[in-house]
Design a protein around this ligand. Structure first.
Ligand SMILES: [Zn+2]
Length: 334
């Protein structure tokens, strides 16, 4: 199902949703954090989703709190980043865009937000060198903390502006709409970053329009509800806006009732620039291979569709044309 002559790419993967269960346990012991279990096997059911939850927030809580709750110092932040890149390499990825919210990671132990950014950048660069996996980082502003905290998060991310490629907005889409963050994203574009936004994940398409028109998004994370708005679909096709789809994540957060009911099939038919991504691989209990080999066929995609999707991911990647050509050549000659 995965074409070996094309690069395998994940454009939408959260660092905080990629922490190994064994590492959560180990860091929990180190930093004297109370976890709900004290062996890897017993802890796993508390971290890895086994069924669907009614919505995104119910899916994230409380396991995401245990995951970031063990980040007792910046060494821990460095370690989880290094391991996330190592795991992506073992999975067979040729290119990874890994995203993280430093403010969210810093919260439980009141870490310095800029120091978290530095640790993540160092961890990603070191692992990228050690495993030969091209990795780019995307900073996230968490909507949920409001506009003021958003500035603190952005300032911290900007201390490493040359080591990040893009800025994202994630979290509570209903209560913290895009208009609160217009200036943040203007500043990010001036810094030379690309913009990708979590939008249309169970909220009306107004939020997707805002992400594009107010924040300058060239890619949208999830965007399931785009299917309901034909003008928006046409806009996506005409302006080549990329759509980052995560099938199992959408199922587990009840955005769709089944793989078969997912609009991905329709998006492909309509010619949208869509890619397939893992979102939170550890929390979802999947990897990108599973999404290509199990989830996507269940959503009605053929091998030819998947080949197109793999090519789309390369088109959508925040890489230069030279870097894309290099990935393409390397896959072709392996
Ligand atoms: Zn996401």
């Amino acid at each position: 199902m995965i074409a070996p002559d094309l690069p395998l790419i994940d454009l939408h993967r959260h660092l905080e949703g990629s922490i190994r269960v064994a590492t959560i346990l180990d860091l929990g012991h180190q930093h004297h954090v109370n976890l709900p279990a004290d062996t890897v096997d017993n802890l796993r059911p508390f971290i890895v989703a086994s069924d669907s939850k009614p919505n995104v927030m119910a899916f994230l809580m409380p396991c995401i709190q245990w995951m970031v709750g063990v980040l007792g110092d910046t060494t821990a932040c460095h370690r989880i980043t290094y391991e996330a890149v190592e795991d992506a390499h073992r999975e067979g990825l040729d290119y990874l865009e890994l995203r993280f919210s430093p403010y969210f990671m810093a919260q439980p132990h009141q870490l310095d937000v800029a120091a978290v950014v530095e640790a993540v950048v160092d961890g990603a660069q070191q692992a990228s060198r050690d495993f030969g996996l091209k990795t780019n980082l995307i900073g996230i502003i968490s909507r949920t903390y409001g506009a003021e905290a958003g500035w603190r998060e952005l300032e911290a991310l900007l201390t490493k502006r040359d080591d990040l490629v893009a800025l994202d907005l994630a979290g509570d889409e209903i209560n913290f709409p895009a208009e609160l963050f217009v200036e943040h994203f203007r500043r990010a574009r001036e810094a030379g970053w690309q913009i990708t936004i979590h939008a249309g994940e169970g909220v009306n398409t107004h939020s997707v329009w805002q992400a594009i028109q107010l924040l300058g998004a060239t890619r949208i994370g999830h965007g399931i509800n785009v299917i309901e708005d034909h003008a928006l679909m046409n806009y996506f096709v005409k302006h080549r806006i990329g759509l980052e789809i995560s099938l199992t994540s959408n199922l587990q957060t009840s955005v769709v009732p089944s793989y078969a009911a997912h609009p991905l099939r329709k998006f492909v038919d309509e010619g949208l620039l869509v890619s397939i991504n893992s979102d939170d691989p550890v929390m979802s209990g999947i990897d990108l291979r599973y999404e290509y080999e199990v989830a996507a066929p269940a959503a009605g995609l053929s091998s030819a569709d998947l080949r197109r999707v793999q090519e789309n991911a390369l088109t959508m990647a925040y890489l230069s044309e030279n870097e894309k050509q290099h990935l393409r050549d390397r896959a072709l000659h392996r």
